[in-house]
Design a protein around this ligand. Structure first.
Ligand code: 2AM
Length: 175
C-alpha cells in the first residue's frame, strides 16, 4: 500500500530546549551508548495511529480538532533506559493531568477509528538515544527542564536515504 502514511501525535519542546537537551545528552552519554536522535526530531509521542490511509488520516484530524483542553506545563526531570527497545529516554517524573488527558483522548480517537493501540500503559517519554542495547549509565537525578505545552502536532514519519524525517501535518492549539 503506497498511499498510507505513518502518523503520530506528539508534543515537541521548543527549539532552544531541543538544543539544550542535545548539549546535555552529549555531556552525559558517551558516543557508544546509542544513536542520538536529531535535535529537531526530539518529541514526546501522545498517540501512535501508525500506517493509515488518507481517509483515516482525515478522520483522525477531524476528531483531533474537536479536542478542547487547557495547556499545561511539562517538566522533564526523569530519565531511563529500556534495553529491549534500545531506547534511552527523558520524561516527567510525574505526568501532569493535562498530558495524560490529551494522550488518552487521542488514543481513544485512534482506537475508535480502527487504529490498533498498544496495550502497554502510556509512559510519556522523549527518546534521546536509539540502538542503546548495552549497559547505559543514567545521569543521577537533579536535572530538570520545563516548557509550556500550548499545542499538539500530527506528524508523518518518513524514512528515506537512511534518515527518518518528521513532517508536520497540523498543529492544534490548547486553550
Ligand atoms: P519511541 O520514541 O519510543 O520509539 C515515531 O516513530 C514515534 O512513535 C516515536 O516517538 C515512537 O516511540 C512512537 N511509536 C512507534 N511505534 C509505536 C507504538 N507501537 N506505540 C506507541 N508509540 C509508538
Amino acid at each position: 500500500m503506497s498511499d498510507s502514511t505513518r502518523l503520530f501525535f506528539a508534543v515537541t519542546p521548543p527549539e532552544p530546549l531541543q538544543q539544550s537537551l542535545v548539549k546535555w545528552r552529549a555531556d552525559q552519554f558517551p558516543a557508544e551508548a546509542g544513536r542520538p536522535v536529531a535535535a529537531a526530531n526530539l518529541h514526546l509521542t501522545l498517540a501512535f495511529p501508525g500506517e493509515v490511509s488518507a481517509e483515516k488520516q482525515a478522520t483522525l484530524m477531524r476528531l483531533a480538532s474537536r479536542i478542547r483542553q487547557p495547556g499545561f506545563q511539562l517538566t522533564l526531570d526523569d530519565a531511563g533506559h529500556w534495553p529491549r527497545s534500545g531506547v534511552v529516554w527523558l520524561g516527567p517524573a510525574r505526568s501532569p493531568r493535562g498530558l495524560l488527558q490529551l494522550a488518552e483522548m487521542l488514543r481513544a480517537q485512534a482506537a475508535r477509528s480502527g487504529c490498533q493501540q498498544s496495550p502497554q500503559p502510556f509512559h510519556p517519554h522523549i527518546t534521546l538515544l536509539r540502538n542503546a542495547r548495552g549497559k547505559v549509565a543514567i545521569p543521577p537525578p537533579g536535572f530538570s527542564w520545563h516548557f509550556p505545552v500550548t499545542h499538539f502536532t500530527l506528524y508523518a514519519s518518513c524514512f528515506s536515504q537512511g534518515r527518518t524525517r518528521y513532517q508536520t501535518l497540523q498543529h492544534w492549539k490548547l486553550d
